[in-house]
Design a protein around this ligand. Structure first.
Ligand code: AVJ
Length: 324
């Protein structure tokens, strides 16, 4: 029964796999070493990220949920009778439920999750069980790959949602280019809802990325386990520590893996012998924070028409709705 309501596409599966070995090779084979944050999300990493979302210090998830609950009723006034809900980086689809909950009036609803992680298949099956009027087309791919794929569907209007401040991973230049891609994918009348974390006190920001249970540390270190497993490498996780600081000038959390000793690591499938000195850093993530005016200017520059911004009482987090 469920099967007829569910289909998956992996438009660039082989390309993604090849990219992993290559991107690790080019990211670690230079002087300033880095691992792209999209590689955090293997099965274990996606589970750890879900755990981060409920540690007390990590305010973004629960704050965004509180805003989503407020905007539910207001959002419907912007929507067509029949539209497709597209989600970039859907993950566990927990927050999606808050949007689906108030769309039940629609006879059938098409949900189009795009995620790089296989976690998408599990969350899609759970959604189908809980929402009888839902059909799902799941895309396991990068955001860009998913957006390309979406272009081949031009029958109804889209509400594209991009929650959780995942956009914060982009550098300003890449972020701008990404928004241009989203804009180019949209048809006139389509809507885009983006959740962005706001600039705030440094101590609040730094504790959110240095939780006392050490879940964020595990999440960060897990990428090394993933490289061990998938690229035949011999990282010893004991020789690394989690390091996360807020860079006020660039308005971003910077996350690193710090080498605790002089060491040499073999990454077979990337053809790389990685030499690290004691205290050397591998950069793993940027998480940019924004001021409201910067969000509005950015979206405006890309060409979007601003519809509404919702905030929580403490002004920790924002959700902004724009149209083309
Ligand atoms: C999924 C990119 C939004 O930047 O807050 C959480 C990832 N990294 N804790 C973020 C993350 C460490 C998260 N995003």
């Amino acid at each position: 029964v469920v099967d007829s309501r569910l289909q998956y596409f992996k438009p660039h599966a082989t390309k993604i796999e090849k990219t992993f070995a290559e991107e690790i090779s080019s990211g670690l084979g230079t002087n300033s070493k880095s691992i792209h944050p999209k590689f955090f999300y293997d099965k274990k990493g996606s589970e750890l990220f879900e755990k981060i979302c409920s540690v007390p210090e990590y305010y973004p998830t629960r704050t965004e949920i509180s805003i989503l609950k407020k905007l539910q009723s207001e959002l419907s006034s912007y929507l067509d009778e029949d539209f497709r809900l597209v989600e970039l980086g859907s993950g566990s689809s927990t927050k999606t439920r808050l949007i689906l909950d108030f769309l039940t009036s629609q006879k059938t609803l098409e949900y189009f999750p795009i995620d790089i992680s296989e976690i998408l298949t599990e969350s899609s099956e759970e959604l189908l069980n809980d929402y009888q009027n839902l059909t799902i087309t799941g895309i396991i791919d990068t955001y860009e790959g998913g957006l390309e794929f979406l272009k081949t569907y031009d029958d109804k209007s889209n509400l594209i949602i991009f929650l959780g401040s995942s956009f914060g991973n982009f550098s300003p230049i890449d972020g701008y280019k990404f928004l241009e891609k989203v804009y180019a994918t949209m048809k006139p009348g389509d809507l885009f809802l983006i959740g962005l974390d706001l600039v705030k006190d440094k101590t609040i920001l730094e504790s959110a990325y240095n939780d006392s249970e050490g879940v964020t540390a595990k999440f960060n270190l897990n990428v090394l386990s993933r490289i061990n497993d998938e690229l035949d490498a011999d990282f010893n996780l004991q020789n690394f520590s989690h390091h996360a600081i807020y860079n006020e000038k660039d308005q971003r959390i910077e996350m690193y893996l710090k080498s605790l000793v002089d060491q040499s690591i073999i990454i077979s499938k990337s053809d790389l012998e990685l030499k690290l000195q004691k205290d050397e850093l591998i950069h793993t993530e940027y998480s940019h924070k924004y001021r409201l005016s910067q969000i509005h200017d950015l979206l405006d520059d890309v060409g979007f028409e601003l519809k509404h911004t919702w905030l929580d009482d403490k002004k920790y987090f924002s959700l902004t709705l724009v149209s083309k």
